[in-house]
Design a binder for this molecule. Structure first.
Ligand code: 5RP
Length: 158
């Protein structure tokens, strides 16, 4: 994969990791858009940040971009609520990646357009490896996976 636009968001629990990932992804040549949190606030709430990142990804896809060009990353303490929030955005397929393999599978099998990472579940190096693996991987395009993704999209638009 070449350089991509990456929409990133976190709450307070993912705030430090978000800064690390932004620096890392920018250094790798990606165009990173930060959807907050913009300052550390231990009482902030993850949904709005994750909705914003998810909507930005879907807006670009609806305008013609592919998941080889745009992806999202949402970060919290566990990643659970952040995945749930992102998946509320119509068109988002957010995978909760808890190791490199689940990040890779999220792209290969699910064409996930957002990855959720639990900052409190990993060392910084592990989290970087998870984000890198997700961004680097392509959807396989296998018809059986596409068929399942189409079923999800059909359910979402009914
Ligand atoms: O992972 C999360 C949601 O799934 C949040 O980051 C987590 O719940 C925040 O916890 P706290 O308010 O206790 O810092």
């Amino acid at each position: 994969m070449g350089a991509m636009r990456i929409h990133i968001a976190s709450d307070h629990a993912g705030f430090e990791l978000k800064d690390v990932l932004v620096e890392h992804l920018v250094a790798a040549g990606h165009d990173v858009v930060n959807h907050g949190a913009y300052a550390y606030d231990p009482l902030d709430d993850y949904p709005a940040f994750c909705f914003a990142a998810g909507e930005a990804v879907v807006d670009e896809i609806e305008a013609g971009a592919t998941t080889s060009e745009v992806l999202g990353i949402v970060i919290g303490g566990s990643g659970n609520g952040e995945q749930i929030a992102a998946n509320k955005v119509r068109g988002v397929r957010a995978a909760l990646a808890w190791n490199v393999e689940t990040a890779v599978l999220g792209r290969q099998h699910n064409d996930a357009n957002v990855v959720s990472i639990g900052a409190r579940q990993h060392s910084v190096d592990e989290a970087i490896a998870i984000a890198e693996a997700f961004v680097a991987e392509a959807f396989s395009g296998d018809p059986r996976h596409q068929r399942r993704i189409d079923q999800l999209a059909a359910y979402e638009t009914r």
